[in-house]
Design a protein around this ligand. Structure first.
Ligand SMILES: *Cc1c(COP(=O)(O)O)cnc(C)c1O
Length: 405
């Protein structure tokens, strides 16, 4: 048989991505150490050398999550698969789940509950505000048959951090399990999975861990392991069934799916870098760069969406100044400066910019570069800004906030 004609519109040759500076809501800049780790030879996913690396990877993940949970491993899939993995394993038909929604990702949790046959009871808070523990407690009181409380620790759509410990304590008091989204918080702000008593947690490789997208670290308590082992119905998803995955990530090492070996080596490198830096140092670095960016943005009259105590240092959501063309600013930053910043999502589209300072993107030179680029673009577009003021303000903040960790 003759092969099908293939006449591409334009000549196809090797794809070379431009070198961008990624200061949006993820992915963040991947460190060259991680990129070169991923370019090392591909190993079979059952190769004994690879299996040893997997053990190290699991223990590095336990450090990052601050947990001793045995069932801690990276899911082959983006953060959304980690999210789905928690819900699909823990929910049986008719189970009641309280979901806290104060942004986009809480909304996706509701979708997950409903698609897996659960009943979602929604606690809504305004975008830009943290989850209100009082509302959660009232809802728990009114729904004594609730099985799970689910919430987003760091809402990337709004730049808000909620009080995970308080929410987890409430869940315990009312005999509920917890599912927590730490896609944006892991590595950027403090997380204590065991200290807070969280039952199920998922994250993502491409935010404060600075890996390419595509992997989702997860961790489950003994309580979840028992729950899943004793389910009445089979887990609806074959791929995400923890009982089956344990055959690969547990001690028996049998084939489940072909794990993305090079990506996992990249995650190993990223977590090793986090360990070398030290969690506390990484958290402090994210704070320090956030303070400098904030000082610089203030000189341009740019205001934060979130009240000070709840702001995420790694995701700076700000109001777009009145009269400024959102799309044109972002277009110029990308075209002229190779700088990517985040647009607003959902209710915040066209109203908010999101400056990510995640992982390897959270660096002094990025803060200064971004402030200068923004000043240039805004002033070229006719906004009154004092050229150079942002950099001076940022630098003063750095001088006043030397790293102490
Ligand atoms: C990015 C993100 C996700 C989804 O992760 P993907 O890797 O895009 O699937 C989930 N929750 C939060 C809070 C996020 O920031």
């Amino acid at each position: 048989m003759a092969t099908q004609d293939f006449r591409p519109e334009k000549k196809i040759s090797i794809f070379y991505p431009p070198q961008r500076v990624l200061m949006g809501p993820g992915p963040s800049d991947t460190h060259s150490r991680i990129l070169s780790a991923m370019a090392r030879p591909t190993l079979g996913h059952l190769d004994p050398v690879f299996v040893d690396m997997m053990e190290e990877l699991k223990s590095l993940m336990r450090y990052a999550f601050q947990t001793n949970n045995l069932l801690t491993f990276p899911v082959s899939g983006p953060g959304s698969v980690g999210m789905e993995m928690c819900f699909v394993n823990m929910i049986e038909p008719g189970d009641k789940v309280i979901v806290c929604r104060n942004g986009v990702f809480g909304g996706r949790m509701i979708e997950n509950v409903e698609r897996h046959g659960g009943v979602a009871v929604v606690v809504d808070d305004k975008w830009g505000e943290p989850v209100d523990p009082q509302k959660v407690e009232d809802t728990l009181k009114n729904n004594p048959d609730t099985k799970i409380l689910a919430f987003v620790h760091a809402e990337t759509s709004t730049g808000v951090q909620s009080d995970a410990k308080t929410l987890s304590d409430l869940a315990k008091r009312y005999n509920c399990l917890t599912i927590m989204d730490t896609v944006t918080s892991l590595g950027g702000t403090p997380i204590y999975i065991d200290g807070w008593g969280i039952d199920a947690v998922y994250s993502g490789s491409q935010k404060c861990l600075s890996c390419p997208p595509g992997l989702s670290p997860v961790s489950f308590s003994e309580r979840v392991v028992n729950l899943v082992k004793n389910r009445k119905h089979k887990v609806q998803s074959w791929f995400m069934d923890i009982n089956l995955l344990l055959g690969y990530w547990g001690s028996s090492r049998t084939y489940h799916h072909t794990a993305p070996t090079n990506s996992l080596v990249g995650l190993h490198e990223a977590l090793l870098m986090l360990y070398e830096e030290g969690l506390e140092h990484s958290w402090a670095r994210h704070q320090r760069n956030h303070k400098a960016l904030k000082a610089g943005l203030q000189t341009m009259g740019i205001e934060y969406v979130v009240a000070e105590p709840y702001r995420l240092p790694q995701l700076n959501a700000v109001h777009i100044p009145v009269g400024v063309d959102d799309k044109e600013v972002r277009r110029r930053l990308l075209a002229d400066f190779n700088l990517e910043i985040g647009a607003g999502l959902g209710d915040f589209a066209g109203k908010v910019w999101r400056f990510g300072l995640m992982g390897n993107s959270s660096r002094v030179e990025n803060v200064i570069f971004c402030l200068n680029a923004l000043e240039t673009v805004l002033s070229n577009m006719g906004m009154k800004v004092e050229r150079g003021a942002a950099e001076v303000a940022a630098y003063q903040t750095y001088a006043a906030n030397t790293m102490t960790v």
